[in-house]
Write a protein that binds this ligand. Structure first.
Ligand SMILES: [Zn+2]
Length: 88
């Protein structure tokens, strides 16, 4: 695996999105490449910091909740109408 490919797979690896073969190949590359190993640990540190930083999460206001619900309901009604038209 090239370093360029390993850097592309950093985030998918951290997010457990790789299949077993890709993950094994990625790990083997990290065992052999100090540069990518450092990049991996830096990315992992950033990922963990962001995941655990509750101040980054935003609790929606009641108004925003209402608007989202209304939008979802409208979208659902349009879907039901389309399905009904297609069936009858
Ligand atoms: Zn590398």
């Amino acid at each position: 695996m090239s370093c360029e490919r390993a850097r592309e797979l950093l985030d998918p690896f951290i997010d457990n999105e790789l299949d077993t073969a890709q993950a094994d190949e990625f790990r083997r590359h990290l065992d052999e490449c100090d540069g990518c190993k450092l990049a991996y640990f830096n990315q992992l540190t950033l990922h963990t910091s962001l995941k655990n930083n509750q101040s980054l999460y935003y609790r929606p206001t009641n108004d925003l909740r209402k608007r989202i619900r209304a939008s979802l309901l409208q979208s659902l009604q349009q879907t039901v109408t389309c399905v009904a038209v297609a069936l009858f």
